[in-house]
Every structure is written in C-alpha cells, then in structure tokens.
Design a protein around this ligand. Structure first.
Ligand SMILES: [Zn+2]
Length: 200
C-alpha cells in the first residue's frame, strides 16, 4: 500500500469494531475481525483518527429489530482485541437512548461530530468498520449530506447481510451518493486519483 500520509483536513473514522459485531459476538458479522489488520495499517497515515461505538442501554427499542448487543459497559461493547485503539482521539458513543437506533456516528450523543470536525478544519473522511449495510452506510450518507468528502475503505468494512447482497447494495448506495470507494489497501489510495471511484 502507499505510505503517503493525508493532510490535516482528512480524518479516519473507524465505525463500531466491537466484540458483539465480531465472530462469537451477539450480532456477529462474518469476517468482522478480518478487517482489523487492514484498519490498523491505515491508521498511521492519518493525523486524526476517530472511532464510534454502539453504546446501548439494556432496554432499547433498537432490540426489537436486533438481538441485544453492545450494551454500554459490557464486554460485548468493548473494541475488539487487536484493533489499534491507541490513536483514537475521540470516541463517539451512539444509540445511547432507549428510543434511539444510533446507526450513524453523526447521531452520537457523547459529542457533536459535525461540529467537532468543522472546528478542526476537517473536510474529508475515510470510513471503515462495521457494518457496511447499517452503521457504515448511515454514517457515510450523513457525512455526504453534510458536505464532507468521503472515501470508503473497501477491504476495511464487512456487512451483516440480513438479506444476501445488502453489503454490495450499500456500497452502491454510498457511491451513488458521492462516496469514493478504494480498492484494497494495496492499490491506489485516491490521493493521486481524486474523483475516481473503484470497483463499482
Ligand atoms: Zn446497535
């Protein structure tokens, strides 16, 4: 992969790489832990690295749609072992209310993500994490709607796939809304090819 570093206007957002979304967890995503080395390889390239986490109350309307997962303070809600959390500058807790799905990192209640980014002059986000078809999707669509440039790290995401093909459809929806999608981490990083999207 390229070792170019990104400028100060660009941040990495790592979405919900938590135990309950990884194999063995309450709402496991196939390959949810396979993305961790990919994410760890991208982290050093960014001056600003943020992470979101599902941080649900024990009783939530959210659990009428999903098995209980990522209950605040539990092991299931912890970041997956092996994820390089040492450079997380900000952790965004979302889904913290009992009537709150909190799919998007922009719905975090621990911090106003939009204001936080704007106050630091961050205009571009690279997004990776779990799961492609829910929290990554909603985060990316919100970021684009708010005017941020977004690149999705193609091999740094994995999908729940409640319906087969949901992951691919989510990628197509993000690209259609204006997101760029990288190839794998060994191919072009977009720095030299802004405006091109990959693999779609
Ligand atoms: Zn959740």
């Amino acid at each position: 992969m390229s070792h170019e570093r990104f400028g100060l206007d660009t941040a990495l957002l790592v979405v919900d790489v938590q135990n309950d979304f990884c194999p063995g967890g309450a709402l496991a995503v196939a390959g949810g832990d396979a993305i961790i080395p990919v994410i760890n390889a991208w982290i050093p390239r960014f001056a600003t690295v943020l992470a979101s986490r599902d941080w649900h109350p024990p009783d939530s309307v959210h659990f009428t749609s999903w098995p209980p997962h990522c209950v605040a303070g539990t092991v299931g809600a912890q970041f997956r072992a092996g994820l390089d959390t040492g450079r997380f500058l900000l952790i965004l807790d979302k889904g913290t209310g009992d009537v709150d799905d909190g799919y998007s990192a922009f719905e975090a209640t621990s911090e106003d993500l939009e204001s936080w980014l704007r106050s630091r002059g961050i205009e571009q986000l690279y997004v990776c994490g779990l799961a492609t078809d829910y929290c990554v999707l909603r985060t990316v669509l919100d970021a684009l709607r708010l005017g941020f440039a977004v690149t999705v790290i193609r091999d740094g995401i994995a999908a729940v796939e409640v319906n087969p093909g949901d992951g691919q459809r989510a990628l197509e929806a993000m690209a259609a809304a204006g997101a760029l999608v990288t190839g794998d981490s060994r191919t072009c990083c977009n720095i030299c090819n802004r405006g091109q999207s990959y693999l779609l």
